[in-house]
Design a protein around this ligand. Structure first.
Ligand code: MEV
Length: 325
C-alpha cells in the first residue's frame, strides 16, 4: 500500500513578520510543488523504525527520540507512526529560498502518511503535524506557510483559525521569483524582529499599523485584479521590512533594478536576511526585467511563477486504479 501527497510552495505577498504578532498577511501558493511517496513496511532494515529519504538534502532520516532532530520525523511522531513507514520526498521548490519548501514537503508527507495510516485525510491532524515541523525551524510559526500550502490560492491569513481564501488564482498574473542564493535565516530574522518590537514597542506599533493598512488595501486590489496598486503596496511593504531590519543589500539592489526596468512592485518574501525577491510585472516586461537582473546581479536562479489554485492533494493506489478503470 502506498499514498502520494503533494503540496505547493508559497510566496508571501504582504505581511511576513508582522503576521507573527497578529497582523493579517496575504500569501499565495505557487506552481512549484513538493511530493512525498509513503509506503507501509512490515519489516524494514531499520528494526521497524520509520525512515524518510529526502532528495532535497540527499539525506536519510531514521525516526527516533520523538523526531526532534528532523521536521519529517516530527511529522510522523505527531501522526503516531514512528514505526513501519518508509517515505521518499521530492521537491521542485528550491530550499532555503523563502518559498516554503520545508513546509510543503512536511505537509505532503503528513497528508500521505495520514491517509495511509489513519484511512482518511484528517485536516486538523495534518495541520498540527506540519506546524510541529515548522516549530523546528523557528519557535514561533504564525502558521501562514502551512495554511497557504494546505489550502492553495490567494490566502488572507489572520490566524490559524481565521483564514480566508480571497481568490483561487489569477491566470493573468505572473511573478518573477529571484533566488538570491543567500540562504534565508528564518529563526534569526524572526527573533531579531521580535526583540526589536520589545525594545521599541511605541515605534514598532506604528510600523505594524502601517503593515495592517497595506494588507487591507491589497485585499481590494487583488479582488479587482488591480495589479498596479498591488505592486505599489508590495513596494511600500518592502520599505517596512527594511525598517524592521530583515532586508539585505543584494535584495535592495535587485529590487532597484526590477523597478528601473518597469516592474509594478518588488519585495523580499518570507523571513528575509537572505532568500528570494519577488517581482510583480506585466507579461510584456518580464523578459526585460529578467535579463537586466541576470546581467547586473549574481543570483542562484529565477522562476516565473503563477498562482497554483490547488493546495494539498493526496492520492492512493486505489485512486490511480480507479482512474485506469
Ligand atoms: C516565514 O515564511 C514567514 C514569517 O512571517 C514567519 C511566520 O509567519 O511564521 C517570517
Amino acid at each position: 500500500m502506498q499514498a502520494i501527497g503533494s503540496a505547493p510552495g508559497k510566496i508571501i505577498l504582504l505581511g511576513e513578520h508582522f503576521v507573527v504578532r497578529g497582523v493579517p498577511a496575504i500569501s499565495l501558493s505557487i506552481n512549484l510543488r513538493a511530493w512525498a511517496e509513503v509506503k507501509l513496511v512490515d519489516v524494514n532494515p531499520n528494526n521497524g523504525v520509520s525512515v524518510v529519504l529526502s532528495d532535497l538534502f540527499g539525506e536519510t532520516y531514521k525516526c527516533v527520540n520523538g523526531g526532534w532532530g528532523t521536521p519529517y520525523c516530527r511529522v510522523l511522531d505527531t501522526l503516531g507512526v514512528m514505526r513501519g513507514v518508509e517515505a521518499k520526498i521530492f521537491s521542485r521548490i528550491p530550499p532555503e529560498a523563502g518559498l516554503g519548501s520545508s513546509t510543503a514537503t512536511s505537509l505532503a508527507l503528513a497528508g500521505a502518511a495520514c491517509v495511509l495510516c489513519k484511512g482518511s485525510l484528517d485536516i486538523e491532524l495534518v495541520m498540527k503535524a506540519s506546524l510541529e515541523a515548522d516549530r523546528i525551524f523557528h519557535g514561533k510559526p504564525s502558521g501562514v506557510d502551512t495554511m497557504t500550502s494546505l489550502l492553495g490560492g490567494f490566502i488572507l491569513f489572520r490566524s490559524i483559525k481565521n483564514v480566508e481564501k480571497i481568490g483561487e488564482g489569477a491566470p493573468d498574473l505572473r511573478i518573477i521569483v529571484v533566488d538570491t542564493g543567500i540562504p534565508k535565516k528564518t529563526s534569526k530574522a524572526v527573533m531579531k524582529v521580535l526583540s526589536l518590537y520589545e525594545r521599541r514597542k511605541h515605534i514598532m506599533d506604528r510600523v505594524y499599523e502601517a503593515a495592517k493598512a497595506l494588507v487591507e488595501d491589497a485585499v481590494n486590489a487583488i479582488k479587482h485584479r488591480d495589479y498596479v496598486t498591488l505592486g505599489e503596496l508590495m513596494l511600500l511593504n518592502q520599505g517596512l521590512l527594511n525598517t524592521i531590519g530583515v532586508s539585505f543589500p543584494e535584495a535592495e539592489n535587485i529590487i532597484a533594478t526590477a523597478m528601473n526596468t518597469g516592474a509594478l512592485g518588488a519585495k523580499i518574501t518570507g523571513a528575509g536576511l537572505g532568500g528570494s525577491v519577488i517581482v510583480l510585472a506585466e507579461g510584456n516586461k518580464i523578459n526585460n526585467i529578467v535579463s537586466s537582473i541576470k546581467e547586473k546581479h549574481r543570483i542562484r536562479n529565477y522562476y516565473v511563477v503563477s498562482p497554483d489554485p490547488q493546495g494539498l492533494v493526496v492520492k492512493t493506489e486505489k485512486d490511480s486504479k480507479r482512474r485506469l478503470a
